[in-house]
Design a protein around this ligand. Structure first.
Ligand SMILES: [Zn+2]
Ligand SMILES: [Zn+2]
Length: 436
């Protein structure tokens, strides 16, 4: 016997010990009894579960809303009865308390179309278009983990809040910049267009898709290939329309050739353009790669809405794209920019091609005038650009932890009344209703 192995005598009453003492015939008997006991146990459990199912009201999942087909609810007929019962029940009940009773809306008189964040929002899709800010933070996202792991004295006031407030109530909790366009078409159907899919995409889906009742993403547009704009692509299959799961359709993704080459190097499996054996059940989105030129004169149409590419410098050796969109109201979205090129500025300026209804513009750092090597705008540079472009209103994104939301918005309110252009910091989850 191996000297290193210490054998512990089995307790005489353990099942194994009892089993080993049985003769082979009694083992066979015992086996039969065991099988019988298992079968009886299974039957008892089955009866119990049937009893449970019939003695409680059936819980039906939410109806499946299919957008793009008139915006109405298409409800599984098997669920109709339960749905009706649930509706009757909720009608007779007093309204439920709000999930966050102490929530103070961060709306401003300057943004009358801005709706408060509210988990109890209507279940039906709104009868107008809107843009939803899925993320308004810098590349590292907020809170900055360093401020929590190695807190300074005094601690960073913006990041330390992250541990005391839930993200839904914390405008200083910022994911990577990303915008979801809810485009309500003339026939009332809704198309959902996603700009950028960064490192924090999964968290953004969990926080905002359910709250704003976003069922799918119909198309994707990428501004550039940095990590905070593309690294969530692996998770994007969870929001693809159901037809794509069966290989019937693909989600169009609009991007420059440069961006596509970079994405292809990082996600080679996303480049397959048709399903292979076993892919049907895999978690890989079916993408339809659409190369765009990145030129103001080369607009493209994504999910029925026209987009004009707006090239901007993102560092002096790198071009990133912003986008101009909207047939009725005009919106420009510039998420990563250190310098706005003259042609782009002309296309979105009041003194150029016409005044924007909404400018969404990056501001990354609170202090400084911007140095030549920077890839992002400082607040001073951003506000100078807002003055030159002169939109009807502006919302700022891409902020690092130097920006405390309420404090800086107060300062911006003073700036706005002085300059006559309403400007605010956006926050994650903000939905702005606007007629596109
Ligand atoms: Zn911090
Ligand atoms: Zn970037």
């Amino acid at each position: 016997m191996d000297a290193c192995v210490v054998q512990v005598p089995e307790a005489a009453s353990t099942p194994r010990a009892v089993w080993s003492r049985l003769s082979s015939s009694s083992r066979s008997q015992q086996q039969q009894q065991l099988v019988k006991a298992v079968v009886e146990h299974q039957q008892r459990e089955k009866k119990k579960s049937l009893k449970r199912k019939t003695s409680f009201p059936p819980t039906a999942p939410s109806p499946t809303r299919v957008c793009g087909g008139g915006g109405g609810d298409i409800t599984n007929s098997k669920l109709n009865k339960a749905e009706q019962e649930e509706k009757q029940r909720t009608k007779s009940e007093p309204p439920k308390k709000k999930f966050f009773p102490n929530y103070v809306p961060r709306s401003s008189p300057n943004f009358s179309h801005q709706r408060r964040i509210d988990p109890a929002m209507d279940a039906a899709p709104p009868p107008s278009s809107s843009v939803i800010f899925l993320g308004t933070g810098c590349s590292g996202a907020l809170p900055d983990a360093r401020c929590l792991i190695h807190p300074s004295t005094p601690p960073c006031p913006v990041c330390s809040q992250a541990l005391s407030l839930p993200p839904e109530r914390n405008p200083n909790y910022r994911c990577n910049t990303s915008l979801l366009i809810d485009y309500c078409q003339d026939d009332g159907s809704h198309n959902y267009i996603l700009i950028d899919v960064g490192k924090t995409f999964r968290e953004q889906v969990l926080r905002w898709f359910s709250q704003h009742k976003i069922p799918y993403v119909h198309s994707i547009i990428l501004t550039h290939e940095h990590a905070d704009a593309v690294l969530g692509l692996d998770d994007v299959w969870v929001v693809q329309p159901s037809g794509c799961r069966n290989g019937f359709s693909q989600v169009p993704i609009f991007l420059t050739k440069f961006t596509m080459d970079s994405v292809a190097a990082r996600f080679p499996y996303l480049m397959k353009n048709k399903l292979e054996e076993d892919d049907e059940i895999s978690q890989i989105i079916q993408l339809d790669w659409k190369i765009i030129e990145g030129d103001i004169d080369k607009p493209f149409v994504s999910s029925g809405l026209e987009f004009v590419p707006l090239p901007v410098m993102h560092g002096e050796d790198y071009v990133c794209l912003g986008f101009l969109f909207g047939r009725k109201a005009r919106i420009a979205y510039l998420s990563d920019v250190s310098r706005i090129l003259p042609r782009t500025e002309h296309a979105i300026s009041k003194s150029g091609a016409g005044q924007l209804d909404l400018l969404v513009l990056e501001t990354n750092t609170l202090h400084g005038e911007g140095d030549p090597g920077s890839c992002h705008l400082t607040l001073t540079q951003t506000l100078n650009a807002v003055k030159r472009i002169s939109p009807k209103r502006a919302l700022l994104i891409g902020m690092n932890h130097e920006f405390e939301h309420h404090k800086e918005n107060q300062t911006l309110a003073e700036w706005s009344s002085r300059e006559g252009i309403p400007v605010q910091l956006a926050h994650d989850g903000l939905r702005v209703f606007i007629d596109l």
